[in-house]
Design a protein around this ligand. Structure first.
Ligand code: FES
Ligand SMILES: [Fe+2]
Length: 396
């Protein structure tokens, strides 16, 4: 989002403050509670949303230099993404052609000498194109193999607007423009290529992955669930909403936004007065706030377990240990709020949803982001639209 768009967004937020309202969906939505625990639904989601749908991997700045790699194993297919010496990315199924070990020992790092992956099990070696280039004791132990056919299996990877996407299923292709749905234009001003990757925290949660995602898409709960933390910084139940294909972007106002009334527009600092939740379907939130951004990537484990990776990206590498420490502390604080406040509550929601009481989960007009995630999911899975008028929904 370029400066002029950010200025317009600030004006819209100030107008919402003045009118004490928020962006609204057309109608209330009702979701069948079984969607959160039905094992068949879960299996379909795993296949259609996490195996056959392109995944947001991270911003470009996570693996900026040749040989930098990132690996994850949360979609059902282990994935390795690496930056080649030609500057472009390569992605592979992270399974060694010998007996199947993953090639790297860390989630992210640098390839050996910047150009090789060596399997930790028996040392088979691959170059950054995935070709098998070394087999210890190969002449005798593996005299009959055809090395040319034993490279790593390639996956489609695309890098656009400072974001990396990969298709987990090696037999599928995707069109990155269709996946972005235009949100790149909205995000382009935030410089996702140029930040510094501080690190990631993993949190395993005992609830369905969609319950996890639901927490990110509305500002309605700030006042009630976060009275001492977020609600002291940002307006509750107030935000903009913009749709981009299956994705969306939501602006939020800090409590001091009306200070702008006394500042000439040319001097406005948009990031000081607004923050943005950007949703990349189906499982990622890019949270742009103040001088930095964070990503939250959520993956299903089972119908009642999920894992979230919370990553932090700073405007520049910390200048010294003291500055790094400050950022680390802030990172931990944000993570703690999510775990202590959101996840503790969602844990209880999960138990209620699994209680065997047939009912609908209601999503208000003031929760358009939550509605969008479920609407897109229904469309992709070919489920009937979750209209708001099902039996027992409480809607009239
Ligand atoms: S499994 Fe990789 S070298 Fe044996
Ligand atoms: Fe929250």
């Amino acid at each position: 989002m370029q400066r002029q768009q950010q200025i317009e967004e600030l004006k819209t937020l100030m107008d919402l403050v003045a009118r004490n309202t928020t962006a609204l969906a057309d109608s209330v939505m009702a979701i069948d509670v079984s969607e959160y625990y039905d094992p068949e639904q879960f299996e379909r989601e795993k296949i259609e949303l996490f195996r056959n749908y392109p995944q947001f991997v991270g911003p470009s700045c996570m693996i900026p230099a040749p040989g930098d790699y990132f690996a994850f194993d949360d979609t059902g297919i282990p994935i390795l993404v690496v930056r080649h010496s030609d500057g472009a990315l390569r992605a592979f199924v992270n399974i060694c052609s010998h007996r199947g070990a993953p090639l790297n020992e860390c989630a992210s790092g640098k390839a050996k000498k910047g150009r090789l992956f060596s399997c930790p099990y028996h040392g088979w070696t691959y170059d950054l194109d995935g070709a098998l280039v070394g087999v210890p004791f190969g002449r005798e132990g593996f005299d009959s193999i055809d090395r040319a056919t034993l490279g790593l299996k390639p996956l489609q990877v695309e890098e656009r607007d400072g974001m990396i996407f990969v298709m987990p299923n090696p037999d599928r292709r995707f069109d990155v423009d269709e996946i972005l749905g235009g949100i790149g234009e909205r995000l382009s001003g935030f410089g996702f290529q140029d930040h510094y990757y501080l690190g990631a925290k993993q949190v395993v949660t005992n609830f369905n992955w969609k319950l996890n995602m639901d927490t990110f898409h509305e500002y309605y709960h700030f006042e009630f669930l976060h009275p001492e933390t977020i609600a002291k910084m940002a307006y509750s139940n107030l935000g903009t909403y913009h749709q981009y294909g299956r994705n969306h972007s939501m602006g939020s106002a800090v409590l001091e936004i009306n200070e702008l009334k006394t500042i000439p527009e040319a001097e406005w600092q948009p990031r000081k007065y607004s923050s943005y939740v950007n949703f990349i379907f189906p499982n990622t939130v890019i949270f742009v706030v103040e001088d930095h951004f964070q990503t939250w990537r959520v993956y299903p484990i089972s119908p009642d377990r999920s894992v979230v990776y919370h990553s932090m990206f700073l405007p520049h590498e910390p200048a010294n240990e003291a500055e790094r420490g400050e950022y680390e502390q802030y990172f931990q604080m944000i993570n703690d709020v999510a775990v202590a406040e959101d996840y503790t509550l969602v844990d209880k929601i999960h138990r209620g949803l699994n209680a065997g009481i047939e009912r609908k989960v209601l999503v208000g007009r003031n929760e358009p982001g939550v509605q969008n995630m479920h609407r897109q999911l229904h469309a992709l899975l070919g489920q009937p639209a979750a209209a708001g008028r099902g039996a027992g929904s409480g809607l009239t």
